[in-house]
Every structure is written in structure tokens, then in C-alpha cells.
Design a protein around this ligand. Structure first.
Ligand SMILES: O=P(O)(O)OC[C@@H](O)[C@@H](O)c1c[nH]c2ccccc12
Length: 261
């Protein structure tokens, strides 16, 4: 079994237990269900830099990245840096995140927040909304076209933006549909952890223009972004490069200043 299959199998068990703990009716009663969401896709369309900065403590490919920060400082730092949105990893077992991280980020800043999670069930979209997310991630590698359709349409009904992530042409072809807002190309193969920006370059021409194009993972310098912009990318998802430092907000701030020079 590859790591992605393992993560997904664990996630199914976790979601079933969560459902038994907090019924969906209770999630719908969250005050955050009434909140007007902010569109990350719009922010990206109107931005020069297009940075989406991630909160990520550890990952299966990198073990520990940073365990000593708190979400509040990171969220405020990213907001002050002028990023377009923040991605918050909520998976506990493999990434050391939690749904509460999303809630703390929501309480700390006004950025559009992406729930970075392995989503396989509509229940997780209710959680995303109840804990303050504006955007959800759908990973084509773990979903059928039918599942992508159901989940993305449900997300749109909750006024959440949808970022669909692909890693190859087959995943892209099966996923294109009007209920998606952003198409993300993951430069990291989630099965092998190999990273190559070539993936973003190759797939860019196949993404229809009505979707905001986002390049994800392995971006560690301005040059990478300058290289990808001519391919039509307007969003750049960066985790480790900021999170490995003592002050991710300050790192993001310097990065954006350089980029906008
Ligand atoms: O830390 P990086 O290499 O900058 O990558 C960030 C983000 O793209 C990565 O965390 C990610 C992209 N897609 C995912 C899906 C699940 C978990 C994590 C991810």
C-alpha cells in the first residue's frame, strides 16, 4: 500500500469516529456557519504576488519542520506580510495538525483560510465551515470524478471556494468541471514525495483559463515563481520554506517584498 492509500484508509476511520462524536446538526449550529466567507480565488486574481502561506508542523516526507510556533503568531505574521490566503493543515496523524488550528487561525486573522485535509466525505466540509474555513482542498488522486462533483457542489452550497489538486494529466482530465474555482498542480508526487516544478510547467497548458492556476509545493525562492508566472500561474502555495524559519510571517514578508520589487 502506498502512503496516500494508507492516509486515506486512516482518514475513513477517523471521519466515522468524528461523526459519532459530533453530529452534523451540531456543526451547523456553529456561529461560524453564519460568517460571510472570503474568496481566495478573487484575492489571487487581484494580486501581484499570489502567495498562499501554509501552517505545517511536520510531514511524512520531511518529519519535523517546526514544532515550537503557535498558530496565532503564524496567522498574524502571514496576514501582516500581505499573503493572499493561509493554508492550515488539519490532519493530525501525518502532519501534526488539528481542526483547532483552523479555529485559532480564524480567531487571529481575516485572511481566507484553506482547510488542508484529505477530504473524502461531506461531513469534513461541514467541519471546515464550522471551524472557519473559506476554501477546501480536493485531491484528485484519492477521489473519483463523481466524488469530486458531489463534494465540490456541496462546498459551493456552503459558499466555500474549491481548490482541486492534481499531479498528472489523467487526474486533470477526469476533474475539470464548473464547480471548481482553482486548479492546483502539486509539484510533489504524494506517492513518492519526488518534487519537480516541471509538473506545473507541463500541465499548465491543459488547464482551461476560467480556473485560477495554483502551483503547490517545493517552492523555495523568487526565481521559481518568476519561472512559473509566464505559464499562467497566479497562486503559489508555500509551506516548508516559511515554516522552517523561526518567524514564518517575517520570512513571508521579505519574500513578498522581493517578489513585488
Ligand atoms: O511545504 P511545501 O513544499 O512548500 O508544500 C506546501 C503544500 O503544497 C503541501 O503541504 C501540500 C500540497 N498538497 C498537499 C496535500 C496534502 C498535504 C500537504 C499538501
Amino acid at each position: 500500500m502506498n502512503i496516500l492509500d494508507k492516509i486515506t484508509a486512516d482518514k475513513r476511520n477517523e471521519v466515522n469516529l468524528r461523526k459519532s462524536l459530533i453530529p452534523h446538526k451540531q456543526l451547523e449550529q456553529s456561529v461560524l456557519f453564519e460568517r460571510t466567507t472570503i474568496s481566495l480565488a478573487n484575492n489571487l486574481r487581484n494580486s501581484k504576488s499570489g502567495i498562499i502561506a501554509e501552517h505545517k508542523r511536520r510531514s511524512p516526507s520531511k518529519a519535523i519542520i517546526n514544532q515550537s510556533l503557535n498558530v496565532q503568531d503564524v496567522a498574524k505574521g502571514y496576514e501582516n506580510a500581505g499573503v493572499c490566503g493561509m493554508s492550515v493543515l488539519t490532519d493530525g496523524k501525518y502532519f501534526g495538525g488539528a481542526l483547532d488550528d483552523l479555529l485559532i487561525a480564524r480567531a487571529s486573522c481575516n485572511l481566507p483560510l484553506l482547510r488542508k485535509e484529505f477530504i473524502i466525505d461531506e461531513y469534513q466540509l461541514l467541519e471546515a465551515k464550522a471551524y472557519g474555513a473559506d476554501v477546501i482542498l480536493l485531491i484528485a488522486a484519492i477521489l473519483t470524478r463523481d466524488e469530486i462533483k458531489k463534494l465540490s457542489q456541496f462546498a459551493k452550497r456552503l459558499n466555500l471556494d474549491v481548490l482541486l489538486e492534481v499531479h498528472n494529466e489523467e487526474e486533470l482530465q477526469k476533474s475539470i468541471m464548473p464547480s471548481l474555482d482553482m486548479l492546483g498542480v502539486n509539484n510533489r508526487n504524494l506517492k513518492t514525495f519526488d518534487v519537480s516544478l516541471e509538473t506545473s510547467k507541463t500541465l499548465s497548458a491543459l488547464i482551461p483559463d476560467d480556473f485560477v492556476k495554483v502551483s503547490e509545493s517545493g517552492i523555495s525562492n523568487i526565481e521559481a515563481i518568476k519561472t512559473l508566472q509566464p505559464y499562467g500561474y497566479q497562486g503559489f502555495l508555500i509551506g516548508e520554506n516559511f515554516m522552517k524559519t523561526d518567524n514564518p510571517g517575517e520570512s513571508a514578508s521579505q519574500f513578498i517584498k522581493k517578489l513585488e520589487q
